[in-house]
Design a binder for this molecule. Sequence first.
Ligand SMILES: [Zn+2]
Length: 267
Amino acid sequence: MRKSILLLVLPVIFISQCARVPVTGRTQLKLISNDVIIPMSFDEYKKVKETATVITEGNQVEMVKKAGSRIQKAVEVYFKDLGKENYLTSYEWEFNLIEDDKTANAWCMPGGKVAFYTGIMPICQDETGVAVVMGHEIAHAIANHGRERVSQTVAAQTGLSIVSIALGGGASTLTGEMIMQGAGAVTSMGILKFSRKHESEADEMGLYFMAMAGYDPNAAPAFWERMAGEGGDSPPEFLSTHPSHDTRISDLKKNIPKAMEYYNKYN
Ligand SMILES: [Zn+2]
């Protein structure tokens, strides 16, 4: 396709290939549908589970699974209230704890596949602390940050790919590695990062989600204060593009009154 034609077509495609983030209402780029992203994400998650040591019993994994399913259910009720329960149909939630004491991290792949590493558990301290991290991770999935990230990557790579994907012809050329980049998960290249905007948005949405599930949102700034005291070789994905700790903590505190409205409405 000639460049001049591309320039005519692209704006139309961008306009029609956007989505709106729930809760915040932000407009985001969407060049690929969840029908493409989510099955690929599930394949990648399966591979992680096959290679990692997944913990199956004990207090820590029970907290991860409990906080995960409480927040999942709260989010489902929230979308039902909005009359948008279809939004979640392709999600298949899963909450696993992976043995790795040196990694103070957690992540969520598109479609609701969450992993915590044991290294983050002492910083979480209890189920409410787990819910702080869980809310943040679930928010990445609900906000389709992985899909947006892949869309941005594809957009940056080549205009022609945008056209072919937007027209439905190029989806098969997306690789699992690109999905992993989008998911902000671990690949052979290490931990890849969401944008700072994504992190701030996940903080805000995650705060509301934990509150909807009946967890005290005041635990969130307290968690980040503990996290700020942690160093180490593997910064969590949610520290990787740092809004600074101070900004993050003050933003969370600013959003607590709104989180309490959700808390009171749903509990
Ligand atoms: Zn994050």
